[in-house]
Design a protein around this ligand. Sequence first.
Ligand code: BEZ
Length: 211
Amino acid sequence: MALRLGDTVPDFTQDSQLGPIHLYDFAADSWVVLFSHPADYTPVCTTELGEVARLRPEWEKRNVKTIALSVDSAESHKGWIGDINETQHTTVDYPILADADKKVSDLYDMIHPNALNNLTVRSVFIIDPNKKLRLQITYPASTARNFDEILRVIDSLQLTEYHSVATPVNWKDGDDVVVVPSISTEDARVKFPKGVTEIRPYLRTTPQPNR
Ligand code: BEZ
């Protein structure tokens, strides 16, 4: 059955170019971005995996570990990483799962045969430290993902998790946020000393608490 937001994600052990990866052990108490791509030695994927490597300081700032996946072998990944590093001017240091037996692809429903036969599409899963699924997005093979958007969603999820606020339309880091409906305006004024603006009783904004 397809995974749904809030589900505990299935654990797995799978080979990678860095050796076997056991998801739950690898994740430990970090957030995880697990993302699939169609194939090694393809142009769009080369740019994506390079960008994820370049963003390493951003992942670390947010306590996020990244894991890529395709149905190619670990040997193929090793050779391709040389190309990614050279052409994208970076160092890929995160695991790329070698899911040749499609164990993880099937578990996470990453193969959509009517779009791309036998290869994984561009799935993204954000998993929290409790191993709960917090976001999933699926992109077609021909469109690279915007990893700045993935970081933006992680910032939003972490603001909700650690500060009880949600983020309004087109929110960017540093913009005002909204108070979650479960907190009364009276309690919000105590919890958010930077101030609460009540536009409607159900629509309250406050400056981003962690800035
Ligand atoms: C690519 O990564 O460039 C790609 C892979 C599969 C289909 C289309 C593009």
